[in-house]
Design a protein around this ligand. Structure first.
Ligand SMILES: [Zn+2]
Length: 198
């Protein structure tokens, strides 16, 4: 190994995980060593700043959920906005909640219709993204999480039909931007497999 690269690599290996990274390792139950790739996914998968920011906040553990809001005295109960039967943590609202799981079951079926039956993801991939997925696949996973969070904020249960409307709106905006930038082929190849009809 070159003598210039080794100190850089050593520094990277010995760098302690941040508090947010440690929390994600606890949630997923595994050591995560590709944070740089995970932080790049939002920028690679969409031009939409609101979608990028959402995933960036999630990765940095800056999405407020009822367990935290209760802890700091802002609200009177920590229970989940959707099911009212468990504390609302990040893991609960975005994955474990039965209402979320019912919604995600439909999202998963739709994603398999779009990208093929081999498109399978686990909790860790859904929450953090995966640099082996295509940009549009990562984008759809972020959109599903952002939609779940919007439902939580508005006190409504996630609905697949409503989610598909959201995807359609995002699609229209991207189509417009790609057209403005005169990149029709890039737009077509990106959205080619996404089924936008109910
Ligand atoms: Zn719940």
């Amino acid at each position: 190994m070159c003598k210039f690269c080794y100190p850089i690599l050593l520094n990277k290996v010995t760098e302690a995980p941040s508090k947010a990274q440690q929390k994600w390792q606890n949630i997923t139950g595994k050591a995560i060593d590709n944070w740089e790739e995970l932080y790049l996914i939002p920028r690679k998968c969409t031009m939409n700043i609101a979608i990028q920011n959402f995933q960036f906040k999630l990765l940095h553990n800056c999405i407020p959920t009822n367990d935290i809001l209760y802890k700091i005295g802002i609200i009177e109960t920590s229970t989940c906005t959707f099911c009212h039967s468990a504390p609302e943590s990040v893991l609960h609202i975005f994955w474990l909640c039965e209402e979320t799981q019912a919604f995600l079951g439909k999202v998963h079926k739709w994603l398999q219709d779009c990208f093929g039956e081999n498109f399978i993801y686990n909790m860790s991939i859904f929450l953090l993204g995966n640099d082996e997925l295509s940009p549009i696949q990562n984008c759809m996973l972020i959109l599903a999480k952002k939609y779940i969070y919007n439902c939580r904020v508005n006190g409504k249960l996630p609905s697949f039909k409503h989610f598909l409307n959201t995807v359609n709106k995002i699609h229209e905006v991207e189509k417009y931007i790609f057209r403005l930038r005169q990149r029709p082929r890039q737009y077509e190849s990106r959205w080619l497999n996404v089924i936008l009809e109910p």
